[in-house]
Write a protein that binds this ligand. Structure first.
Ligand code: ARG
Length: 263
């Protein structure tokens, strides 16, 4: 009799354990992780450090997803593939210092803006290029499919063979060092970061407000994505509660101009 009861108890216990196990597994699999894609060759926004994707965008994404209560996975897939992944809906969201503009808005949805940017020209020290106009007749490097490319096309003309397009910004700057291009046009924070981190490279960066307009970065989604609203709400909170300022200070060492984002 006793033995029988023990067996029944053990049986019940085992059943409960197995049942428990499978039910937690179920919640884990039904709670789908959001796939976020990036091109991690754009310091200080996203870049690889000891095998990890780090940067301002990465910290901001983390804060926003925590605020929204969303589980996610960040994948470094490259710039052109990132647009294809969002358009083909194989990814749910992209963060990559992506400028919000009318052209892209036809194909993608964007969050509210989170960073103000403009373009800068990188040249070797002592270069004769002192303004955007001086780029005429020169071989200029840009990252393919960026607003930097558009900015240069406005000055040199769209079909100009002197515009050299690179897969990412790091290789464009490498080509400047090697003398393949005479200038690189990229986002100001990225240009400044390169100069700061590479004092021996003898590269200088300058702005030309007459030719380069201000633009804003946003998180990018497939058109009609339900994520946009959740992310916008969380991003607003993160900006309002000071988390954004903390992250900004960590990466840029100065106070952000939050009002410029809210216009
Ligand atoms: N802001 C520019 C654009 O949207 C360049 C962004 C490049 N970002 C990157 N992670 N490579 O076109």
């Amino acid at each position: 009799m006793k033995k029988g009861m023990m067996a029944t108890l053990i049986f019940i216990l085992m059943f409960a354990l197995v049942g428990c196990g499978s039910s937690t597994e179920k919640t884990a699999t039904t709670e789908k992780k959001i796939t976020v894609v990036t091109d991690a060759a754009f310091a200080p926004f996203e870049y690889m450090d000891k095998g990890e994707i780090v940067g301002f965008d990465v910290d901001l994404l983390k804060a926003v997803m925590k605020e929204a209560g969303l589980a996610y996975e960040l994948k470094n897939i490259g710039w052109d593939p990132l647009f294809a992944a969002i358009q083909g809906k194989t990814a749910d969201m992209a963060v990559s210092g992506i400028t919000i503009n009318d052209d892209r808005k036809q194909t993608y949805d964007f969050s509210i803006p989170y960073f103000e940017s403009t373009h800068m020209i990188l040249v070797k020290e002592g270069s004769s290029i002192k303004s955007a106009k001086d780029l005429q007749g020169k071989v200029v490097g840009v990252q393919n499919g960026t607003t930097g490319q558009e900015a240069v096309e406005k000055i040199l003309g769209k079909e100009n063979k002197n515009i050299k397009k690179f897969e990412n910004t790091v290789v464009a700057i490498m080509d400047l060092l090697n003398g393949g291009v005479e200038a690189v046009v990229t986002d100001n924070a990225v240009a400044n970061e390169y100069v700061k981190n590479n004092p021996d490279a003898k590269i200088v960066a300058f702005e030309d407000p007459e030719h380069f307009e201000s633009e804003f970065y946003g998180f990018m989604f497939p058109k009609g994505s339900e994520l946009k609203q959740k992310v916008d709400e969380a991003l607003k909170k993160v900006i309002e509660n000071g988390t954004y300022t903390e992250i900004y200070k960590k990466w840029f060492g100065t106070e952000p101009n939050i009002e410029s984002l809210q216009q």
